[in-house]
Design a protein around this ligand. Structure first.
Ligand code: ADP
Ligand code: MG
Length: 398
C-alpha cells in the first residue's frame, strides 16, 4: 500500500525557503503555510447558508514571501512552469492581475487584502505544495491562505482570531472575484480555523464554527482519501450551474436560502430538477447535524451510514459524481469501510472513506483492483490525519 505522505511543516517550509533564496538571492522574510482539506460531510451546503464538516489535511501549501522594495509583484510556484510578474497597480477583478492564470489565486489575495485595509508592498512570493492540485482537496484555498498569512506577517499584523476571520473573507474574494471560481467559503474557513485532532463544524447562517473532536486513532479508525485523478474544473460552469439551481429552488419556495426550507417544502416543488437539487441540500444539512451527534456519541457505524447516504444524494439528486468516484466508494465499502463518499466540489476529484485501521490495506487494494479492472488510471491514496490551520514558519537562514 503506498500512501502520499507529507513531510513535516517545518521541514517543508525550510525547503521552500531554500528554493526562494536560490531564485531571489536572499532568504524570505517569512513562510506562510495553510492546509488542504477533506470534507467529511456537507457538500454544496456552504453557499446555501448550511452546515459542513471539513477536516484539515497534513498536506499543505507554503508561501515564502519578502518585500521587493517597490511596486512589483513576482509570483512563482514549484507546481507551475511560468512565473508571473506584475505591478500592485494592475491587481483586481478583470483583465489584469493574473486573471485566467494560476497566479490569480495569489495576486487576488494581495488585491483582496488591500481592499480589506491590509495593503501590502510589492512582494516576491514563491510557493510549493504537498496538496494535490485540482483533486477536490482544496489546493486553491491552501494557496490563498498561505499567501494571506505570510502577507499579514510582513505587515506586522498579529494572526489572532479576528485577523483570521478577515483573511477568510479576503481569500474567498480572491477565489470568487479574481480567479472566478464561484465556490462557497468552506475551504478558506477550515484552512484558517482548523485545530489538530478535530473536524470543523461550520454554520454559514450563524457565521460560526465549532471544533468537533474526531478520536480517529483512539477508536481504531482512519480517514482514507482517494484521488481518482479525474480532473475537475470549478470554473467550467458546472459548479456555477448548481449554485444557480439552488438559488432558483429557494426563489420558487419563497425563502432566502435553502437553509430555511423543509423537506416537505422541497418535495412540493414542481420542477423535478430543482426538487432533486434542493432535496440534496436540505437532507445533507440534516446529515451534518446527525454526523456531529454520532461523532459525539462515538457511533462510527452511524457516521459511515450517513456518509453512504450523502454519496447517494450527490450521485442521484445533485448529480455531481462520476463513474470513477462511484467505483472508488463502492469498492471501499465492499472491503470493509464503514462508509464512503465523494468529497469536494465534484465532477471528479477525490473520495473519502471511514476505515477501521485493520481494513486499511484491504480497502486500498480493493479500490486499486477495481480501477485496474475498469481500465482507469491508477488512483492515489492519502491519510487525512486531522491537522491544524494556517500559520507561520520562520526558517533559519542557510
Ligand atoms: P482544488 O482546490 O480542489 O485543488 P481548484 O480547481 O479549486 O481545485 O484549484 C486548483 C487550481 O489552483 C490549480 O489549477 C492552480 O491554478 C491553483 N493552484 C493550487 N495550488 C497551486 C500551487 N501550489 N501552485 C500554483 N497554482 C496552484
Ligand atoms: Mg479549490
Amino acid at each position: 500500500m503506498s500512501l502520499l505522505d507529507p513531510d513535516s511543516r517545518t521541514t517543508r517550509a525550510a525547503a521552500v525557503a531554500r528554493s526562494f533564496a536560490k531564485r531571489h538571492g536572499v532568504p524570505p522574510q517569512v513562510v506562510g503555510v495553510a492546509p488542504g482539506r477533506v470534507n467529511l460531510i456537507g457538500e454544496h451546503t456552504d453557499y446555501n447558508a448550511g452546515l459542513c464538516l471539513p477536516v484539515a489535511l497534513p498536506h499543505a501549501t507554503f508561501a515564502a514571501v519578502r518585500p521587493t522594495g517597490d511596486q512589483t509583484l513576482r509570483i512563482s510556484s514549484a507546481q507551475q512552469v511560468e512565473p508571473w510578474v506584475g505591478s500592485l497597480d494592475d491587481l483586481g477583478p478583470g483583465a489584469g492581475g493574473g486573471s485566467g492564470s494560476w497566479a490569480a489565486y495569489v495576486a487576488g489575495v494581495v488585491w483582496a487584502l488591500g481592499q480589506a485595509g491590509l495593503g501590502a508592498p510589492g512582494l516576491d512570493i514563491h510557493v510549493d505544495s504537498t496538496v494535490p492540485l485540482g483533486a477536490g482537496l482544496s489546493s486553491s484555498a491552501a494557496l490563498e491562505c498561505a499567501v494571506a498569512v505570510a502577507v499579514t506577517s510582513v505587515l506586522g499584523v498579529e494572526l489572532d482570531t479576528v485577523t483570521r476571520q478577515r483573511l477568510v473573507v479576503a481569500c474567498v474574494r480572491a477565489e470568487t472575484e479574481v480567479a472566478r471560481a464561484p465556490t462557497g467559503g468552506m475551504d478558506q474557513t477550515v484552512a484558517m480555523l482548523a485545530q489538530p485532532g478535530t473536524a470543523l463544524l461550520i454554520d454559514f447562517r450563524e457565521d460560526c464554527t465549532q471544533a468537533v473532536p474526531l478520536h480517529l486513532g483512539e477508536s481504531g479508525h482512519a480517514l482514507l482519501v482517494t484521488d481518482t485523478r479525474v480532473s475537475h474544473a470549478l470554473t467550467d460552469g458546472s459548479y456555477g450551474n448548481r449554485r444557480a439551481e439552488c438559488r432558483a429552488a429557494a426563489q420558487a419556495l419563497g425563502v432566502p436560502t435553502l437553509r430555511q426550507a423543509t423537506l416537505a417544502d422541497v418535495e412540493a416543488l414542481a420542477d423535478p430538477v430543482l426538487r432533486a437539487r434542493a432535496r440534496h441540500v436540505v437532507t445533507e444539512i440534516d446529515r451534518v447535524q446527525q454526523a456531529v451527534a454520532a461523532l459525539e456519541a462515538g457511533d462510527w457505524t452511524r457516521v459511515g451510514t450517513l456518509m453512504d447516504a450523502s454519496h447517494r444524494s450527490m450521485r442521484d439528486d445533485f448529480e455531481i459524481s462520476c463513474t470513477e468516484l462511484d467505483l472508488a466508494v463502492a469498492a471501499a465499502v465492499r472491503a470493509g469501510a464503514r462508509g464512503a463518499r465523494m468529497t469536494g466540489g465534484g465532477f471528479g476529484g477525490s473520495s473519502v472513506a471511514l476505515v477501521p485501521r485493520d481494513r486499511l490495506a484491504a480497502v486500498t487494494a480493493s479500490i486499486d483492483a477495481a480501477f485496474t479492472d475498469a481500465g482507469y488510471a491508477v488512483a492515489s491514496h492519502l491519510l487525512a490525519v486531522p491537522s491544524g490551520g494556517a500559520g507561520l514558519e520562520h526558517p533559519a537562514p542557510g
